[in-house]
Design a protein around this ligand. Structure first.
Ligand code: SIN
Ligand code: FE2
Length: 201
């Protein structure tokens, strides 16, 4: 049986995706990344982020000097590719059976990459959940509160885990402290992929 744990109000479905399902998604993401290459975003203050990212869907999430936002086009000027069916299947199980996500954000964590504490805050309607898929190396996921600071809890996310931020968890601060580079052999050159699926507007 599937093992679901709760950290604060976040749901974490351990080993939701078997190796075959994980490999299928990675394969499908190769096609996405060919069309919409990973890029290195900067924060609005101009600091380079350590993850590389791209998106699929009608909207992609970007960050640069002009701020955090969703855009219709990849920074190179092309539309974002469609969200792969293998990824949509995970959304239908945990997000919604009736509403498709607008954005599938793909973050790649190489050796030393991390993600500071933040809230997913650029969407219009927080009643839709954020569904997040972990692939490759393990990552230390930290969850805090509705405002910055305070007590936090953390857990290691492993390849195939699906985390859902919904309801009271939707607006909690969260981040990735570090990855355990080389802990998984799913990706031939190591590292971690995180996919987050969001309804934007
Ligand atoms: C994020 O919150 O944007 C990423 C979470 C993760 O990498 O698991
Ligand atoms: Fe996030």
């Amino acid at each position: 049986m599937q093992d679901v744990i709760r950290i604060r109000e976040a749901e974490i479905c351990r080993s939701e995706l078997d190796r075959r399902a994980q490999a299928q998604i990675v394969d499908d993401l190769r096609t996405v990344v060919k069309q919409a290459p990973l890029f290195s975003p900067t924060t609005p203050r101009g600091r380079p982020m350590s993850v590389r990212m791209t998106s699929a869907g009608t909207l992609g999430w970007v960050s640069d000097r002009r701020g955090y936002r969703y855009e219709n086009l990849h920074p190179a000027g092309e539309p974002w590719p469609d969200i792969p069916e293998s990824v949509l299947a995970v959304w239908r199980r945990h997000g919604s059976e009736t509403r498709a996500p607008d954005c599938c954000l793909i973050n790649y964590y190489g050796d030393g990459a991390r993600m500071g504490m933040h809230r997913d805050n650029d969407e219009k309607d927080f009643s839709w959940p954020v569904v997040s898929i972990s692939l490759g190396d393990a990552a230390l996921f930290r969850i805090g509160n509705l405002t910055r600071g305070g007590r936090t809890e953390s857990t290691w996310l492993e390849s195939g885990d699906v985390a859902i931020l919904r309801g009271p968890a939707r607006r909690l601060y969260h981040g990735i402290d570090r990855i355990r580079f080389g802990s998984s052999d799913l990706l031939p050159t190591g590292g971690r992929i995180n996919i987050t699926l969001r309804v934007v507007d």
